[in-house]
Design a protein around this ligand. Structure first.
Ligand code: PLP
Length: 443
């Protein structure tokens, strides 16, 4: 079946979805035998490509031993191994890992943990969350409320908890021409201070942000010093800093956690996508010693849970992925490959009349498409340039992740690139060539 028109799966309403058949290295194949270079790892998921031997063996081995044991009764060896390895490799004083089935679940758990922490330490007045307009934190109600994507929130607005949204740190769009990058970063971060003052510092429990913004903006990396100032502000007011690394974490930007490059550590950090690398649905919420200790010494347990949290099969997959990323040196290779990708993108699009910005870190890159390169004017949203690029890229045999303008109506269409870490130089050139043809066809 190559058309989704008579699909029995309740999902996207597209009548043009191909049916995926199998994967090999950086390529996916459909049932019509067409090959696609996975230039975005789906949505920054498939960091190891589609046929990793070690991860497949780990899943098979675990399945032969134990598929499931409810966490109300047991922990499991793969869950313990994965949690330990995550803690050992996390920044700051992360003390515990809570294993879930994906990114939205991890964000929900983070918000609830933050609330419980303040109850445990006797500050029940703290319940407000501050986030950023240019953000996506997931599709469940708490995560959707935290996110700033207007289009995704619109229909469900009456169901969402109140969250304040401050400006993102987005130099291409927001920095004044006569301002240094550093000064802009401080100005953007200080919006948090102003919002805390507006709400009343004693009512705020957490600030949540993606260190490098993914789906809503196309790999927008922060200005130098931005997150250090954010950390300072959170500390000054006793507010928890939740970093959402669901998309940018697990080596995608060149370090296992993206925030390592900003010289800060979170109180809570969420991860998912690259942790399962597409081999299993898994996410995690990691919490610092201070938070863990407050609960351990207080009520004794985090009041949360899902049937499938800590699933042994998913944990075995995540453990093997982490070994590949850390022990087998795949993350260490990301900065070099990222540089190679940027060079190829600059060579192809550096002077392109409709490419306004090429940005990001490591193998997490964004290409912003604009009507006018000089004025940065975006395309009219009704032209749906991002949808056209996606379609043209699929026809070229390339998967890339396009999105439209969602930032205060100012940002334009962009393409997110997040190829597997095993991509080689020839495949990087193939990606760039195909993307170039797709953009030229679409515009
Ligand atoms: N947080 C971020 C930063 C994301 O990019 C996403 C998904 O794109 C999520 C959370 C939600 O993750 P999931 O789709 O696994 O629920």
């Amino acid at each position: 079946m190559s058309s989704g028109a008579d699909s029995a799966v309740f999902g996207r309403s597209s009548a043009t979805l191909s049916t995926a058949s199998h994967g090999e290295g950086v390529y996916l194949y459909d049932t019509d035998g067409r090959q696609y270079l996975d230039g975005s790892g789906g949505a920054a998921v498939s960091c190891l490509g589609h046929s990793d031997e070690k991860v497949r063996a780990a899943i098979h081995g675990q399945l032969d031993k134990l598929a499931f044991a409810h966490t109300g009764f047991f922990t499991s060896e793969p869950a313990e191994r994965l949690a330990r390895k995550l803690i050992d490799n996390a920044p700051g004083d992360i003390a515990r890992a809570y294993l879930l089935a994906g990114g939205s679940e991890a964000v929900e758990a983070a918000l609830k943990l933050a609330r419980q922490y303040f109850l445990e330490i006797g500050q029940p007045g703290r319940h407000r969350v501050i986030a950023r307009r240019q953000s996506y934190h997931g599709n469940t109600l708490g995560a959707l409320a935290a996110g700033g994507n207007a289009w995704r929130r619109e229909k469900y607005a009456p169901l969402l908890i109140e969250v304040s949204h401050i400006a993102p740190c987005f130099a291409y769009r927001e920095k004044h021409a006569d301002e240094s990058l550093e000064a802009y970063g401080q100005r953007a971060a200080n919006e948090l201070e102003a919002e805390i003052q507006r709400l009343g510092p004693d009512s705020v429990m957490a600030f949540i942000a993606e260190p490098v913004v993914g789906a809503t903006a196309g790999a927008v990396d922060p200005a130098p010093g931005y997150f250090q100032r954010i950390r300072e502000i959170c500390d000054a007011h006793g507010i928890l800093l939740i970093l959402d690394e669901v998309m940018c974490g697990m080596g995608r930007t060149g370090s296992l956690f993206a925030c390592e490059q900003d010289g800060i550590a979170p109180d809570i950090v969420t991860i998912a996508k690259g942790l399962g690398a597409g081999y299993a649905p898994i996410g995690a919420m990691l919490a610092s010693e201070r938070i863990y200790r407050a609960i351990a010494d207080g009520s004794g347990s985090f009041q949360h849970g899902h049937t499938y949290h800590g699933h042994p099969l998913a944990a075995a997959a995540g453990g093997a992925v982490l070994e590949r990323l850390v022990d087998d040196g795949l993350v260490a290779g990301v900065p070099g490959k990222g540089d190679r990708l940027v060079q190829a993108l600059q060579a192809r699009f550096g002077q392109h009349p409709h490419v306004g910005d090429i940005r990001g870190r490591g193998l997490f890159r964004g290409v912003e498409l604009v009507e006018n390169r000089e004025t940065k004017a975006p395309f009219e949203p009704s032209r749906k340039i991002n949808v056209k690029v996606k379609k043209a890229a699929m026809a070229e045999g390339l998967i890339c992740y396009p999105a439209g303008g969602t930032v205060d109506g100012k940002s334009g269409d962009h393409i997110l690139l997040a190829p597997p870490f095993i991509i080689n130089d020839d495949q990087i050139d193939e990606l760039t060539d195909k993307l170039g043809r797709a953009i030229d066809t679409a515009i």
